[in-house]
Ligand binder design. Sequence first.
Ligand code: ADP
Ligand code: MG
Length: 248
Amino acid sequence: MTENLIEIKGVTHAYKTASGPLPVLDGLNVSVPEGTFAAVVGPSGCGKSTLTKLVAGLMKPDSGEVWLHGELVKGPRKTVGMAFQNPVLLEWRTILDNVILPLEIVAPKMSKAKCVARAMELLDMVGLVGFEHKRPSELSGGMRQRASLCRSLVHKPDVLIMDEPFGALDAFTREDLWQTMRDLRRAEPFTAVLITHDLRESVFLGDQVIVLSGRPARSQYVMNVDLPEDRTLDVLFTPKAADMLHRL
Ligand code: ADP
Ligand code: MG
């Protein structure tokens, strides 16, 4: 039996605002089995980013519990990788040195040669070999997001949490990145939570799609994505995918 890597149990959260509490999540339950790619969809403002912050331990819920790998989440953890819409790469560092950064923090005793080898392995998977000595501003938005994904994965986190990572990219670049994401997972399986409001993205990348609904978000609907493991973008034009997208 596969263990649930993430267990969100009865999580309720409200923000304190000048006009009183703003309830966002109300008794939410979500389980993500180890190795699963969970895509979370829902309308803007429904609490998706709030959910990622709770899972990453950047915020505490008013009530309920978040468990990660059988441990109650009480604060930020090194075993969580994060990626955002606008990746913050350090301009004074090369792409290679940006990707290595988490290793300097999480594994300070790791030799420079080993760090470089690990970073290059990932840069190779995303097609950025040859760009490792460039500065972030010399790369396109899509390339910067590729580099940021490498940085998020370099220390082999238990889970990669991505909050609309491809939202700022044009449609062509975004679809390239979807393919890269699948390649990365094939090369190096990891558990992922992807926040997106692109339904096609959720079905293409996800093993399961979690739909957040209601204000505050309470109930959620989970759909298991039943498409071939080695899917390419063409699969989105099949009747099966059309049916799944319709059900979302
Ligand atoms: P989503 O990511 O799904 O768009 P969020 O989780 O960012 O939604 O936000 C959910 C709701 O909580 C929104 O109405 C948003 O305006 C509000 N909100 C988010 N962060 C804060 C905050 N720090 N203080 C007050 N309200 C917030
Ligand atoms: Mg958000």
